[in-house]
Design a protein around this ligand. Structure first.
Ligand code: CAA
Length: 683
């Protein structure tokens, strides 16, 4: 008989084994009722003389995926997770965690406090708290090193990665990996533990395995470099070091204190905002969550250029066959060769097996004729950015595709409505704007046109997730969201040059802020000829100052095309290392003279504010026009598309936070100046 102990936890007996089942969709997070229910389950175990052991198993897609993030914003209500863990740890009969899906964060901490862990093949375990700007707070840093070793625990805690069940078994985190029916396997495992004497095994009774202190310090240096600007990974090193030197109870208390402090830090708030915003972005404005995406089994990609190749590999990577369409056999052959070369690199580095490479390449076919793609479910058009050329492709596709096949354009700035209008069925037209290199970049701007069918929008979103991308739905807008905001930042950066700043100064300020690359180094990477062509296409619609701000044209005229010609805003050596070039100072001086600007000293603060505010102002216009549904969508776009530091929460999250901080600071300063003026008054 099943007994409900709390809204989300029930127990049932199977012989002398108590089966505690957690059922808290969608991911069995440790909400209040789960915490209370687990404590009740242990009480039921202790109170039932006939029950000799207990298994904890979860319904649905996963084992407990961690603390309930939605509860972080409110004061926590007892019992806290620590109490659950203490109760599990103090049990006098063995408890076995039965893991499927992912045991993450507090979920893994629950499992680590059990006597044994059994996992379904394919399950994963991890302590991903660091990704939310916090660290484990309920014994994870104390128990994991005792099972897996200090270095392994540090790697998992400081980077937040998940490891597969088989690896977890090898590392001592999991006792057994099974396939088939997990519940039955766990009951059988528990029965065996009982038959062997039913001993309780406490992880905290184990000693901390010996480790190399120098390795911890090396990790600290590597983490500081890899996670520049992030606080929690470095705190993880201190915490693990402390755990190795401190008795268990004290270490657990210190771990909890550290986690609590991090939880209220600005970085954690920002990272949690991004976590929530990425999930919110999957909800398409105006499209019911019940709308089913279409089934995408076969894809064609038109255009075997840089973007087409990258997009093709995204699909074959997840096992979807791709037909690549090009104008010539030679162009197609060179595309296939280029894709193969990328995989070969991965095989050499050991991140891909030769068999997997072969499997992926076998999913790739090419053709110059459209009639071979009549059975595909989706076509992504990635030809040159010319409206006429794209319209021609659309017409050819309309002629051969099934009525329910989707046509998506990868355009980065052309008008999606004009393209949709050329199709005989505008409801199947959408945009899927990948970023270069498409096989690497996480961001996918999915574009909706006025008539795009709801299930087409649901399909591009679901597909984005399947491809491992972070999809965000955007509306009609020149440059959509990412590039439109970028172009305003680029424009402001050039105005700063006119006012007296140098490319080095602007790039230094923006990289110190946290961007991976400054706007001028980025321009050199993109190519000045590309920048000049984009400028020429828009020049008639520019403000007078922008029209006359033709620094890019001057660089092109001087043969400075960026990295490709070893000179742009910087000069490059054979290893692509950038250096300052006095010739650029002269070019800028000449520009200022001609345009009537006098160079002045510009503060770093002015540079940062002008660049960021240019983006934020454009974002406000984008939101006003409805081209993005929510401010959080813009934060997701910038953190995934252009490396806006996630620990600052994105361009929309950050200004409101820093404005609040600044106004607090201002009132403190006002109080201070008031105090000075009062004390200095003649008495
Ligand atoms: N708490 C509450 N809700 C959560 C959640 C959590 N920990 N994790 C995921 N969800 C919700 C998501 O918001 C989403 O909700 P909606 O459908 O309403 O948008 C839903 O679960 C599904 O999430 P995903 O879309 O991410 O589903 P997925 O299948 O792609 O991934 C997952 C599942 C791997 C569990 C992923 O959601 C994930 O990584 N979650 C975060 C896990 C985590 O960070 N745990 C540690 C929390 S901190 C902690 O545990 C320590 C502590 O005590 C302080």
């Amino acid at each position: 008989m099943t007994e409900l102990l709390a809204r989300t936890v029930s127990v049932a007996k199977q012989g002398n084994i108590l089966v505690a089942t957690v059922d808290n969709p969608p991911v069995n997070a440790l909400s209040h009722s789960v915490r209370a229910g687990l404590i009740e389950a242990v009480k039921a175990l202790e109170g039932d003389a006939a029950a000799r052991a207990m298994i904890i198993v979860c319904e649905g897609r996963t084992f407990i995926a961690g603390a309930d993030i939605h509860e972080f914003k409110k004061p926590m209500v007892a019992p806290l997770l620590g109490e659950v863990i203490d109760t599990l740890d103090a049990a006098t009969k063995p408890i076995i965690a039965a893991i499927h899906g992912t045991a993450l964060g507090g979920g893994l901490e629950v499992a680590l406090a059990c006597s044994y862990r059994i996992a379904l093949d394919g399950a994963k375990v991890g302590l991903p708290e660091v990704k939310l700007g916090i660290l484990p707070g309920s014994g994870g840093t104390v128990r994991l090193p005792r099972l897996a070793g200090v270095e392994q625990a540090l790697a998992m805690i400081s980077e937040g990665g998940q490891i597969p069940a088989r690896d977890a078994r090898e590392k001592g985190i999991v006792d057994e990996v099974v396939s088939g029916d997990l519940r039955s396997a766990a009951v059988a495992f528990a029965a065996k533990v009982v038959a062997d004497g039913g001993k309780v095994r406490r992880t905290t009774d184990l000693p901390v395995p010996s480790f190399d202190p120098a390795a911890l310090e090396a990790s600290r240096a590597a983490l500081a470099k890899k996670y520049k600007g992030f606080k929690a990974p470095l705190v993880a090193v201190d915490l693990i070091k402390m755990v190795t030197e401190t008795p268990v109870a004290e270490a657990i208390a210190l771990e909890y204190k550290t986690c609590k402090e991090l939880l209220v830090s600005p970085q954690s708030k920002a990272l949690r905002h991004i976590f929530a915003a990425e999930r919110e972005a999957l909800k398409i404005d105006g499209v019911d969550a019940e709308v089913k995406p279409r089934d995408i089994k076969k894809v064609a990609i038109v255009g075997p250029g840089t973007m087409g190749r990258g997009i093709a590999s995204c699909f074959v990577n997840i096992g979807i066959p791709v037909t690549l369409i090009g104008l010539t056999d030679e162009g197609l052959a060179s595309a296939v060769k280029a894709i193969g070369k990328i995989y070969e690199g991965s095989v050499k580095r050991g991140s891909l097996t030769a068999e997997e490479m072969e499997r992926r390449m076998a999913l790739l076919t090419t053709t110059t004729a459209y009639d071979g793609i009549s059975d595909v479910d989706l076509v992504i058009e990635a030809v040159t950015e010319q409206l006429d050329v794209k319209k021609e492709v659309f017409a050819k596709l309309d002629a051969v595709l099934r009525d329910d096949a989707i046509i998506a354009t990868n355009t980065s700035f052309l008008d999606i409505e004009e393209l949709a209008a050329t199709s005989k069925n505008a409801t199947r037209i959408a945009g899927m704007h990948f970023f270069n290199p498409a096989n690497v970049m996480k961001l996918l701007e999915n574009v909706r046109a006025a008539k795009t069918a709801p299930d087409v929008l649901a399909t591009t979103t679901a597909l984005g997730k399947r491809l491992g991308k972070v999809p965000v739905m955007v509306g009609r807008s020149e440059g959509f969201v990412a590039n439109r905001m970028l172009s305003k930042r680029t424009r402001e950066a050039q105005f700063l040059l006119e006012d007296g700043a140098t490319p080095q100064q602007v790039d230094r300020v923006l990289t110190a802020f946290g961007f991976p690359i400054g706007p001028f180094a980025l321009a050199d990477l993109a190519g000045m000829d590309i920048m000049a062509a984009a400028r020429a296409a828009r020049v008639a619609r520019m403000s007078p100052r922008e029209q006359q701000c033709n620094i890019v044209d001057r660089l092109v005229a001087a043969g400075r095309l960026g990295q490709k010609s070893s000179a742009g805003y910087y000069v490059y050596d054979d290893n692509r290392k950038a250096s300052h070039d006095p010739a650029v100072d002269e070019l800028l001086d000449a520009h200022r003279r001609e345009r009537g600007f006098t160079a002045r000293a510009i503060s770093d603060e002015e540079i940062l504010e002008r660049c960021l505010f240019a983006m934020v102002n454009e974002a406000a216009r984008i939101l006003d026009e409805g081209a993005a549904a929510r401010p959080g969508d813009i934060d997701v776009i910038w953190t995934n598309g252009f490396g806006f530091p996630t620990y600052l929460g994105g361009p929309m999250f950050m200004p409101t936070r820093s404005a609040c901080r600044r106004s607090r600071r201002r009132s403190t300063n006002m109080r201070a100046s008031l105090a000075i003026s009062i004390s200095s008054r003649p008495r």
